[in-house]
Design a protein around this ligand. Sequence first.
Ligand code: PXP
Length: 256
Amino acid sequence: MRVRPALRLGVNIDHVATIRNARGGTHPDPVRSAEIAVLAGADGITAHLREDRRHISDRDIERLSREIPLPLNLEMAATPDMAAVALKHRPHAACLVPERREERTTEGGLDVAGGKANIGPIVAKLRDAGIRVSLFIEPDRRQLEAAKEVGAPVVELHTGTYCEAFLRDPAAFEHERQRLAVAADEGSAMGLEIHAGHGLAYDTVGPVARMRPIAELNIGHFLIGEAIFVGLDESIRTMRRLMDAARAEADAAGAR
Ligand code: PXP
């Protein structure tokens, strides 16, 4: 029997930097949170270097690259300036995300279908440098096809609408869950590696972790928020347990 790779967890540490920057000093240090994530079972560290540098800084990226033994996934806008930053630091992976200065967080996926001319050359440049490129998209066939067309090996499906639906009503939640499941299957059939993330919490991670084409989840805000109550080590370990249990259940059901 073929052994499926385990579902990877990328811990996004942006909001450790948000708290640090609220007072402009050096505490709490995002690199220290990454060290804790390593010990708590993360498979990678994710950080979004926004164009306005509102949380993670260039120095954080430099230190994370140098001091943390796990693969670094750099989230960045699809611009030539940010591509130059990525080429300087050469992270393991880069995830291209849409960015608007006035937004509170990454609202919605990247419009790859409507922006192939801009996105294609950036994907090529990063790939040529040996960086694994992913595109953060809505769970939508048109965007999956466009991602494939511009040569991205990986897509990350935006789980924001799915997570919001969980708080709204069960029918909407089920609808969004199915949209994600269909996109994960379709993308995988196209040969894309599938990741997912945004807004995931203890009560929403299970159904996504059960989607077997998904190879990686990137989770941040909830883990850092929960760490206020239980500590970061514990919040990551609990998330890890929940996602591993859900994936093991799906594997067992699939193997039957
Ligand atoms: N994946 C991507 C591409 C993101 O932009 C973000 C948020 O920065 C996340 C995952 C993590 O989202 P959250 O912090 O809501 O868990």
